[in-house]
Design a binder for this molecule. Structure first.
Ligand SMILES: [Zn+2]
Length: 309
């Protein structure tokens, strides 16, 4: 059985974001603490004992405190059930949490060479001693099975695939350490259980739903999908920023080419938005946007939500 815990559902900055006075962040600080959400990441396990993180958010320490499944086993002086971290991109909100895992426990980082090149190019990540923390390249369209610390198979089968997206924001206008060409900056994952053949998809960033992606996701029992913005220009119209969703490599929830419309009618069992920016009005439980999303069968998850399949 696959167990999935939503460690965080928010986009970069979280909810509330430290310097933000938008309506969602204001309400999250005061009368609606249930709006609070940490930056996007999930944990996955096939055996309930060993877990893999999909991305390591800057809120990782807080997420681990809130998640008993990820506590060190009792009776062990040093231990973590986290056997590995799979990175789907090189954004701060996907990789910065690695720095909170620097206390000498062994685990493996799985990432595309383009993202591994970013880690390799930033000496601060050398704090993760390669004797303990292996860096394992993964390839697009090549299924892999992450290993447990003793080298035995985890029972989890992961297929990374290329998704329309952008390089990490902090690399904009700068040379990419892996070179300018080629895909690999943004991955989607198909995550399956070898024993039961149950599976789900994870796409924390996606700039466009192509026909290829539609046929891939059609009929899936569960997807986690990029829910960064409601409207492409919402940061600009709210006076919060100068970038569009597309400019950041993220599709909008609404609109003709948005996620809700594009993924309608694909017979997907359960649709969950993830990586939701605090500017997104669908976060508000009583908003018209939330009603539209829910009527289309989408869920906005609370941190800590556990799903078994
Ligand atoms: Zn805000």
């Amino acid at each position: 059985m696959l167990r999935v815990v939503v460690l965080g559902a928010a986009a970069g900055g979280g909810v509330p974001q430290w310097n933000c006075g938008c309506p969602v962040c204001r309400q999250a600080r005061s009368e609606h603490p249930e709006l609070r959400s940490t930056q996007a990441s999930i944990a996955v396990s096939a055996d309930g004992d060993h877990w893999f993180l999909i991305n390591a958010s800057p809120d990782l320490r807080q997420q681990l405190i809130a998640t008993p499944q990820l506590y060190p086993r009792s009776g062990k002086l040093r231990h973590s059930p986290i056997a590995g971290v799979i990175l789907t991109n090189g954004e701060i909100d996907a990789v910065a949490g690695l720095l909170s895992m620097r206390e000498g426990s062994p685990f493996t980082i799985y990432a595309h060479p383009k993202v591994l090149a970013i880690l390799g190019d930033n000496s601060i990540f050398n704090v993760l001693n390669e004797k303990n923390v292996r860096r394992q390249p993964i390839d697009i369209d090549q299924t892999f099975e992450p290993a447990l610390p003793d080298g035995s198979p985890s029972g989890i089968e992961i297929l990374p695939f290329a998704v329309a997206g952008k390089s990490a924001w902090y690399l904009e206008g700068k040379p990419h350490p892996a070179g300018a060409t080629g895909v690999g900056d943004t991955l989607g994952l198909r995550i399956g259980d070898r024993t039961t053949a149950k599976f789900f998809y994870f796409l924390a960033a996606c700039a466009e739903v192509t026909d290829d992606l539609k046929s891939r996701l059609a009929g899936a029992p569960l997807i986690f999908f990029d829910g960064t913005v409601w409207r492409d220009d919402e940061l600009i119209t709210a006076g919060l920023g100068t970038k569009t969703g597309q400019g950041m490599g993220h599709i909008a929830m609404s609109g003709e080419r948005g996620a809700i419309e594009s993924l309608a009618g694909l017979d997907i069992g359960r649709k969950i938005f993830l990586h939701i920016n605090n500017s997104n009005p669908a976060l508000l439980g009583d908003s018209a946007e939330r009603r539209i999303a829910e009527r289309a069968g989408w869920q906005i998850p609370a941190d800590g939500t556990e799903i078994m399949l």
